[in-house]
Design a protein around this ligand. Structure first.
Ligand code: NAD
Length: 351
């Protein structure tokens, strides 16, 4: 019997997936966008690949009676009940790194656009002006302090990109071991607010957690230099956009670049409403539409990597990015394989 892989919500031909899995694997991808598959399709699937639009509640997950792996074609897995999957012995895996380069490029792109006044001078020139100072005085980047909050994959990539601009790069990330600063040649702060007060440009790269929700609040904003720049390409709820809007309205900030909003698409946030109405005080705000990750190569990469994770499991090899490993007490891939997945997660044994 060939393995059956169900792809929900794909919306296009599973050509990349079929090429990787081979012709002896049967792919079912006929589900309509936004709708769950029939029970019999869920029952029969040996593996499931899913995007972000469908909720995988315990009730749906209990229909996956043969499934060994749910491979999330993307990074966030908040639409999948990890505990319910673990209770069924199903591994949940994701693709954590497909957009690392793009998001770091985007953060630097927002910074450069704001610091060089590119969108504003472009608009003024299109309107008939020909004035290099159409956006007022611009800062010199060389020597300014570029502060990364959250030095993970994307934060590190942003830090490395900032260095050749002559920026004085620093970071705050309490969860990293000592020595990262030395390895990268950047400065570590152990006190977030000390860094915030000293920074000229702050780029947010933490995950959204209970600790980072509203991390950039009124107090954070008040601690920033009056002419500092703030860039958020991480997750919307990390930044209190009302506090940012109040500061912009009060004439503070050199500029603000926002790719992600607390609710997406943004609804009636005052800052978004004012920006869309082109209120003059919002001219230092640059907005993109959760676009930081996006590139053709990145989309291909998530599809490939999510499929390779499925292939590993179907071939009795451990997957690389299991996100519910701590919750699994048994697994349909077998005890030996589960032990290997847990060992990979724990890292190397002590010497
Ligand atoms: P990562 O897990 O590799 O790195 C996150 C880092 O943040 C870790 O080093 C962690 O120690 C640190 N951290 C956690 N809590 C912290 C805290 N309270 N203070 C300081 N540091 C803290 O994550 P990543 O892949 O680099 O992703 C970073 C962010 O980018 C995430 O929020 C992710 O969702 C987001 N993202 C956005 C897009 C987009 O299109 N805009 C695309 C992909 C990822």
């Amino acid at each position: 019997m060939p393995f059956k892989v169900l792809i929900t919500d794909l919306g296009f031909e599973p050509d990349i997936e079929q090429e990787i899995l081979g012709d002896d694997v049967e792919i079912s991808s006929e589900t309509v966008e936004g709708q769950h598959a029939p029970d019999s399709t869920y029952n029969a699937a040996d593996a499931l690949m899913c995007y972000h639009t469908l909720e995988f509640t315990p009730e749906i997950i209990r229909k996956l009676t043969s499934c060994k792996i749910i491979s999330r074609v993307g990074v966030g897995y908040d639409n999948i009940c990890l505990q319910a999957a673990a209770d069924m012995g199903i591994l949940v895996c994701n693709v954590p790194d497909y957009g690392t380069n793009e998001v770091a490029d985007h953060a630097i792109g927002l910074m450069l656009a704001l610091c060089r006044g590119i969108p504003q001078i472009n608009e003024a020139t299109r309107g008939g002006d020909y004035d290099f100072a159409a956006f007022g005085k611009l800062p010199r980047l060389w020597g300014r302090k570029f502060a990364v909050v959250g030095l993970g994959r994307i934060g590190t990539a942003a830090a490395l990109r900032a260095k050749p601009f002559g920026l004085d790069v620093c970071f705050y990330d309490p969860y990293l071991p000592d020595g990262v600063d030395k390895a990268l040649g950047i400065t570590r702060y152990t006190d977030l607010y000390e860094m915030v007060a000293a920074a000229d440009i702050i780029s947010i790269h933490t995950p959204l957690t209970a600790e980072t929700r509203n991390l950039v609040n009124a107090e954070f904003v008040a601690t920033m230099k009056d002419d500092a720049y703030l860039i958020n390409t991480a997750r919307g709820p990390i930044v209190d956009v009302d506090a940012v809007g109040d500061a912009l309205k009060a004439g503070r900030f050199g500029g603000v670049g926002i790719d992600v909003w607390p609710t997406e698409p943004p609804q009636d946030e005052a800052l978004m409403t004012a920006w869309r109405a082109r209120e003059p005080w919002t001219d230092r705000l640059l907005v993109t539409a959760h676009a930081a990750f996006f590139s053709g190569a990145g989309i291909r990469e998530i599809r490939e990597k999510a499929t390779i994770e499925v292939k590993r499991v179907l071939n009795d090899e451990p997957p690389r990015n299991c996100v519910n490993v701590d919750l699994l007490t048994h697994a349909r891939i077998g005890d030996e394989m589960l032990a290997m997945v847990k060992r990979l997660k724990q890292g190397p044994p002590p010497g």
